[in-house]
Write a protein that binds this ligand. Structure first.
Ligand code: COA
Length: 447
């Protein structure tokens, strides 16, 4: 074949690929129904979730942190269909990051024993923004080990009390050299975002737009969420014209400073039906860690701890990322949601921005905007994520579980995800710092 012939045949192949891709994006293949899902028949759940509750997120000037946890905890207990007595709870696992600095509070177990009026074991976990997910992980292990039948897992943070100082306080979760060099968390994620745009999207302005669309999508998803901090639509233009925070990050790329709490009740899977006809099962529970310093990482455009935790969680459940129908991704800054889509394997490395752009453009206006690719579809952050629901750091990991529990039980109210067939599988991804820890849970309604 001569040169022109070979160029034409390459062009035809390329066009076929483009048309195939666009066709897939437009057609929105229906999600697979529960019976078809390949949950491994050997999966033995870690625990069952039998109740969940949360506070509103945002500024809560008049509520002490312990009261916020109680509010979420009582809502979780009251949500248990067949009732739960206080004395049924055998232990508590609580996640929080900064309560010593923000509220001059310590010995949390003593505070919680006073609030709950019971003297059970109480364990606290600090893993920065991953504190809630990590507390939930510990609760799952406690149930799986057989030590307890029923435990309460809570997460909380009261950030607004610290006003201007909170941004410095958050840097406890970074390498001190990064703090000394003048970084904030927005600055660290700005370094990742700048590198991502440089490596994968520099010659295409749609990359910058896609990283703004993540924020627009999550604000859109939060409209029906009665607990969310921000329930207003924003446009790509709003994001790109908002106040510069740390170039290229602008105010509307960021999750906010928030107060709030969330709680869930875990039970032994074989006892779950005593409490409710519709428990949700934790079928995957994994945690991975990495060097706290961003500057030592081999790559700035992905999170190794996410890759490890998602990979092992999927492996232990016999699922692939394409099987997951909804995901709570840790979108502390919009670049992190894009990196989650790559680290989880949903999109190829360096290609998430294209998937985000094409998905957003093809689903604009629908109640939820799924990310789509050939043969699969996933709705990420159906209640607004950290960006719009809010990010009281220690509460976030537990709030993600609350959200998925409600979605899987069809109890998410005005922001309930609607899919063809049954909604059965959800994944929660919670990280601390710039990826020093990642916690991943996979939930299933039917096993
Ligand atoms: N998204 C949308 N709107 C936001 C917002 C956000 N993230 N943060 C603040 N706003 C809004 C406020 O509601 C307020 O609106 P109003 O004027 O209508 O009342 C306005 O913007 C100004 O709010 P303010 O609190 O003065 O903003 P700020 O400039 O002090 O803080 C950020 C904005 C982005 C710097 C701050 O939210 C931030 O640092 N976020 C990141 C937190 C973080 O690092 N978390 C840990 C992640 S690892």
């Amino acid at each position: 074949m001569n040169i022109i012939g070979s160029m034409i045949s390459s062009l035809v192949v390329a066009l076929k690929q483009v048309f195939h891709h666009v066709g897939t994006l437009k057609s929105h293949r229906p999600l697979r129904v529960a019976q078809d899902l390949p949950v491994s028949s050997k999966v033995e759940p870690y625990a069952a979730i039998i109740g969940a509750g949360r506070s509103s997120f945002g500024e809560q000037w008049y509520k002490d942190p312990e009261k916020l946890v109680m509010e979420a905890g009582i809502r979780a207990m009251e949500s248990v269909d067949s009732g739960l007595r206080r004395r049924d709870i055998q232990a508590c696992y609580l996640g929080s990051f900064l309560y010593q600095a923000t509220n001059k509070l310590s010995l949390l177990p003593g505070h919680m024993a006073r609030e709950l009026g019971i003297n059970i074991p109480m364990n606290t976990t600090e893993a920065a923004c991953g504190s809630g997910g990590s507390a939930f992980y510990n609760g799952c292990i406690a149930i799986k080990s057989g030590k307890y039948d029923v435990v309460l897992v809570g997460g909380f943070e009261k950030m607004t009390d610290r006003s201007g100082k909170i941004i410095d306080d958050l840097m406890f979760a970074a390498d001190p050299h990064e703090f000394d060099a003048g970084f904030t968390f927005s600055g660290l994620y700005a370094a990742m975002m700048a590198r991502y745009i440089h490596d994968y999207g520099e010659r295409d302005n749609r990359c910058v737009e896609a990283l703004a669309q993540v924020a627009c999508k999550n604000h859109h998803h939060a409209i029906g969420n009665e607990y969310a901090q921000f329930r207003r639509e924003i446009t790509v233009e709003d994001v790109l014209k908002s106040q510069p925070i740390a170039d290229p990050i602008r105010l509307l790329h960021c999750s906010p400073v928030s107060d709030g709490a969330a709680a869930v009740i875990l039970a032994r899977p074989d006892l779950a039906k005593k409490y409710t006809d519709t428990p949700t099962y934790v079928i995957g529970s994994q945690q991975a860690t990495d060097d706290v310093s961003l500057f030592t990482r081999a790559s700035l455009t992905g999170i190794k701890a996410t890759r490890l935790a998602v990979g092992i969680a999927l492996k232990e459940t016999g699922l692939s990322i394409e099987d997951i129908q909804i995901a709570e991704a840790h979108d502390c800054f919009t670049i992190e949601e894009a990196m989650f889509l790559e680290d989880s394997g949903f999109y190829e490395m360096g290609k998430a921005w294209q998937g985000i752009y094409e998905s957003y453009e093809s689903s604009k206006g629908s109640k939820h905007i799924p990310y789509v690719k050939d043969g699969a579809s996933i709705i990420v952050n159906p209640g607004g994520g950290l960006k719009a629901d809010g990010h009281p750091v220690g509460a976030t990991g537990v709030r993600q579980i609350v959200e998925c529990f409600k979605q899987l039980r069809n109890e998410a109210g005005n922001h309930q995800v609607e899919v063809d067939g049954d909604l059965n599988l959800a994944l929660c991804h919670n990280i601390g710092g710039t990826g020093g820890i990642a916690v991943v849970h996979i939930l299933a309604r039917d096993i």
